[in-house]
Write a protein that binds this ligand. Sequence first.
Ligand SMILES: Nc1ncnc2c1ncn2[C@@H]1O[C@H](COP(=O)(O)OP(=O)(O)OP(=O)(O)O)[C@@H](O)[C@H]1O
Ligand SMILES: [Mg+2]
Length: 341
Amino acid sequence: MRRVKLSFAGLEIEFRDRDRALKQVEELAERGTYPVYVVYGPEGCGKTALLRQAKDMLENEFGYHVVYVNPIAEKIDEILQFTPSVKDIAKEVLSLFPSPYSMIVDVAITIASRVMKRFSRPRVAVLMDDIFQAVGVDKAEIYVKTLLNLIEYPPASYEKIVVLVTSSEGITRERIGRHRWATFRILWNMPKKGFEELYNAIPVEKPSFEDVWRWTGGNPSMLAKLIEANWGRNLLLEEMVKIRRLDVLVKNLSDEELALLKQVVEDPDALFERLREEASQNLLNKLIELNMVIEIWDRDPYFWIDEPPPEKDLELGIGRYVAWQTPMHREAVKRALEQVA
Ligand SMILES: Nc1ncnc2c1ncn2[C@@H]1O[C@H](COP(=O)(O)OP(=O)(O)OP(=O)(O)O)[C@@H](O)[C@H]1O
Ligand SMILES: [Mg+2]
């Protein structure tokens, strides 16, 4: 299988590892998705990278007409991408919208509909990267419903359809999980072996792999940030505290929530064990909304894209029911606690 090239900390790196995820993409390509698949996971765990690789596989190995959008991509040519077969339709649709890039999700859905009408029983894939940040979480539900309509009530018949949506927004699951419109899968940070492969492929001077693993928990974006900060882990943590206003979070906690947060930096399951208490529920919601922790609702590999994280690994901040997105997220909260206390 061909592996796509990705940009990583100013370098060009080939897509690594994620073997189980790629097998899962193949299975989806063979049978299509129903309902919409929402892939949710820690910030920077590799959702965009996986969608890029999936796009390549779907179009080159499985003959899909693919439309991919990433409304928050930095470069304009990365906001909308499509298979060459779709070029004319995309041009047509782009010209229908007065400012297409501000409505790129609608543009992509319109392109997919026209592909169904224009080709005879085509294979169509719609890959939506991080659209909820762009359309607003309040509109997330309606867009997922629109995508489900495309599957259930297509404007013309298709052979197969694959609809994948990614999100790193903590409240996605709460908003969308209550409907039958989507099924959720979590993509975790990279497993140790795969992450080591990525680490070895980076031609820069670096601390030992074990240290990097302990700091990042296999999160490729955190690795890139550390490289860009020349391994200045302290500065990166300070920045996380400031940008995410973790000091403000800590200052505004009730005494009960504060005491609980101190336990949570040691063991995130402390939140779950006391979930019947209001303070615990409030704190969990705040930490989810700030994209600091993720609630793990099932360990069955069925609910995961790629490998689930270890059952419980307190060094990495992973509990049975709740996990810090990365050890750096936990460290940043620890810092904020130290600064405010
Ligand atoms: N399997 C992989 N092999 C090689 N590089 C990867 C892999 N996964 C991710 N990366 C690289 O790591 C960085 C972070 O990954 P990516 O942007 O895909 O994460 P993300 O989950 O989409 O992040 P965000 O939550 O910010 O959207 C990128 O530079 C990406 O190219
Ligand atoms: Mg992304």
